[in-house]
Each structure stands twice: as C-alpha cells, then as structure tokens.
Design a protein around this ligand. Structure first.
Ligand code: ASP
Length: 416
C-alpha cells in the first residue's frame, strides 16, 4: 500500500468507506454505541478534522494565489494584443463552461430529494440587489474581509493588489517573488492535507452512507453524471464549435493529436504537472508556434480552469437542492462571477478546485459542510476535469496561433 499513488489510495478509501458505511454500519445505526461512538464519534471526528483543514486553507490560498496570478499578468503587457486576446478568451470560455454546468444541474436536479441535514442551520437571507452585490465587492476594510471570509471582497483586493505589483514592475519584484514563495508554501500545505485525504474520504463516505443508507447513492451518482455530462458537452460543443467556426479546423484531428496530453492530465489530476507534456504536444502535434504556446499554455495552466468551473457550478446547484434552498437570479450571477474568478485562483494541482468551491458556496450562503458529501467522489471528477482544463488551454493556443500566423496547419493535419 506504501507505493500506491494518492489517487489509488483515495479511490480505495472511497470504496471501503462505501462498503463499511452501507453494509456494516447502516444496519447497525439504531445501536446507541455505533451511532454515538463510531458514526457520531470517530468517523465524525476524522471527517471534521479533514474538512476543517481544508477550510483553513481557503482564505490564504485565495488571497495569495489570486494576487500572484494578477501579478504574473505583467508579462502580458509585453505581448500586448496576444496577451489581451488570450485572457479574454480564457475568461469567456470559463463563463460559458459554468453556465452550461448551472443550466444542466438546474434541469437534471441531481440534489432534489436528497434532504441533507444541515449542521450549520441555514438562515435564508434576503437576496441583496445586484447593484449592492457589485458595489460591495470593494471592501472598505480588506482585513475585515479576510477575517469574515468575504470572498468576493478578498478577490477584488487581491486582483487590485496584484495589478499594482504589475504596474510597479521592477520596483515590486521583491514583493512578487516573496508572494510566489508564500504561494509555494501554501500549496505545499495543501499537499500535506491531501495526504490525509484517504482517511478523510473514508470517514466522510462511511458516515454519509451509515446515516443515509442507500438513499445517498442516487443523488451522488446523479451529481457525478451531471458533472461528466457538462464536461462532455463543453468539450464537444464549445471547444469543437470554436475550432470549426473560428479556426476552420477539423475537431477530430485536434482531439486525436492532443489526446496524449489529456491522458496524462487525467492520470495526474494536475494541470501544472502536465504542463511539459501539454507544451510538447501543442508544439509537436498541434502545430502551435513555440513563441505563442510558451506564453498561452503556462498562463492557461495557471488561470484557465473550465473543467473546475463546471464542477463548481454543478456542485453549488446540487448542494443548494440538497439543502432545500432556492437560488435566485442574483445567486446564479454571483456563482458565475465567483467561479470564473475562482478559476484564476485555482492552482493546477489535485484537489484545489474543491477547496476553492467553498469560496463559491460561502458567497451564496450554502453550508460549506456540504463539500464533505461530494468530497468522497471528487477524485475521479478531478481527473476528468483536469483533462478538460488543459484542453481549454490548447484550444485557445491553437486559435490564437492561427489568428497570429504562428500555426503549422500541415503538421496539425498530418497523419500521426
Ligand atoms: N486538479 C485541477 C487541475 O490541476 C484543479 C482542480 O480542479 O482541483 O487542473
């Protein structure tokens, strides 16, 4: 077991937790000892420690990673038009991705009838007017925003702070390097927390199934199905549509050429680790010019996460349904905005998308505890969405390269 990768361990924990919860504990859940000491005791404790560790990371991660993201956009200025086009393309495809996700989840209703007991009793807030939502994005006190976990305000401050670092250029290089180092430390801590994920997943899944029995199967399966479907639709309709209409390219050839990188992304669940393969594949098999790919792809691996945004959109609607909450139009717009921004702040390593989900949930008043429910099944979704994340980067690179005359169409079309 020592040599198993984290993915395998988490998947094994998922299956064992499911079996233990459903087969062993659920029939015994009437027994006071099992209910109080095992389900409500040990399993609840391990699960809570894991969830709390994740929640602990949200505010620092968002603050630092978005600041660093905005600060590294400095390089864009050098690239002028290409830079602007790339960023716009990335933001736009992410917004489309999350809209598909929200729409599908609203139609399929994976969470309706799940009736999750909410630990943190939810008090319905009156939805604020859109104008207030926008105006309140600017914190009057950024430190209060951090303390209260007001994520949109934290993001706004981080974006402005990062932009100022960019604007100062050389003078602020130390601040930028310092923050990059802090970012590394925060990511390392996330990795360390992920190392206990198998235990957390086991406890959370066993507890969920021990208390909800077979009734938890259907909604979780429906949730996964909705995420898979939204990822599939985005890859097939949005990406292929763009390749055909904007690029006048053969979409199947794109996927044939790019599939090796997608497989690596799938197996590592990390856009960052896949980056060398993404670069190589885009240049050698898709025909993207080196100068363009070496700018658009690393930037994409950092700020463009369509697959992650899709998971966040589906998860938000799913949990709202499971907690019996109605989402208003303002809520939906907030989800689109927050998840698009969260995509900038999501590092390309396994599991971070789920941590950033809490920021979206907080924003619309859904109990963050809900993450515990979907965490058990997240790994397999993480693998799939990472493949979509890097595909979005590659589609963009191909289209930008083509529009800038840096595209080798012969290589793209060549039989491989
Ligand atoms: N694993 C994803 C990536 O590397 C990020 C996430 O959604 O957790 O692209």
């Amino acid at each position: 077991m020592k040599n198993w990768g984290l993915t395998t361990k988490i998947l094994v924990a998922l299956v064992l937790g499911l079996i233990f919860g459903l087969v062993v504990l659920y029939p015994l859940s009437g027994n006071a000892f099992v209910a109080d000491y095992i389900i409500g005791g040990i399993l609840a404790l391990v699960g809570k420690i894991f969830v709390n560790s994740i929640k602990m990371m949200v505010v620092p991660l968002v603050l630092v990673s978005i600041t660093v993201g905005a600060a590294s956009i400095g390089d864009i200025k050098k690239l002028g038009r290409i830079g602007t086009k790339t960023v716009l393309f990335y933001l736009l495809t992410t917004a489309v991705a999350i809209t598909i996700a929200i729409t599908l989840a609203t139609v399929i209703k994976p969470g309706v009838g799940f009736n999750l007991p909410s630990d943190a009793a939810y008090v319905a807030k009156e939805a604020p007017a859109l104008i207030d939502v926008i105006a309140n994005m600017i914190p009057t006190n950024p430190f209060a925003a951090l303390t209260n976990g007001a994520m949109l305000q934290v993001i706004a401050f981080a974006l402005l702070f990062g932009t100022a670092i960019t604007a100062l250029g050389e003078k602020a290089i130390k601040v930028r390097e310092g923050l990059e180092a802090v970012n590394e430390v925060i990511l390392k801590l996330v990795m360390m927390i992920m190392a206990i994920a198998p235990y957390g997943v086991f406890a959370l899944i066993a507890k969920t199934f021990a208390s909800l029995g077979y009734s938890a199967m259907k909604p979780l399966a429906a949730y996964m199905f909705t995420v898979f479907l939204a990822l599939f639709i985005h890859a097939i309709i949005t990406y292929q549509g763009m390749l055909v209409t904007i690029g006048k390219l053969h979409p199947f050839k794109f996927f044939r050429n790019f599939s090796p990188a997608m497989l690596v992304a799938f197996s590592t669940a990390s856009s960052s680790s896949t980056l060398p393969v993404t670069l190589e594949t885009a240049e050698e098999r898709l025909g993207v010019d080196k100068n363009i790919g070496s700018f658009t792809l690393p930037l994409g691996a950092t700020i463009n996460m369509d697959g992650t945004a899709i998971m966040q959109g589906v998860a938000t609607v799913f949990l709202a349904q499971a907690y019996g909450m109605e989402l208003t139009l303002v809520n939906f717009l907030t989800v689109i905005l927050t998840a698009t921004l969260a995509s900038i702040g999501t590092a390309g390593v396994p599991g971070v998308g789920l941590i950033m989900l809490s920021m979206v949930l907080v924003q619309v008043g859904i109990p963050v505890e809900g993450i515990a429910i979907i965490m058990g099944v997240d790994r397999i979704l993480d693998m799939t969405r990472t493949a979509v994340n890097i595909t979005g980067d590659a589609v963009c690179s191909v289209l930008i390269a083509k529009s800038e005359g840096g595209f080798d169409e012969e290589l793209f079309n060549a039989k491989k």
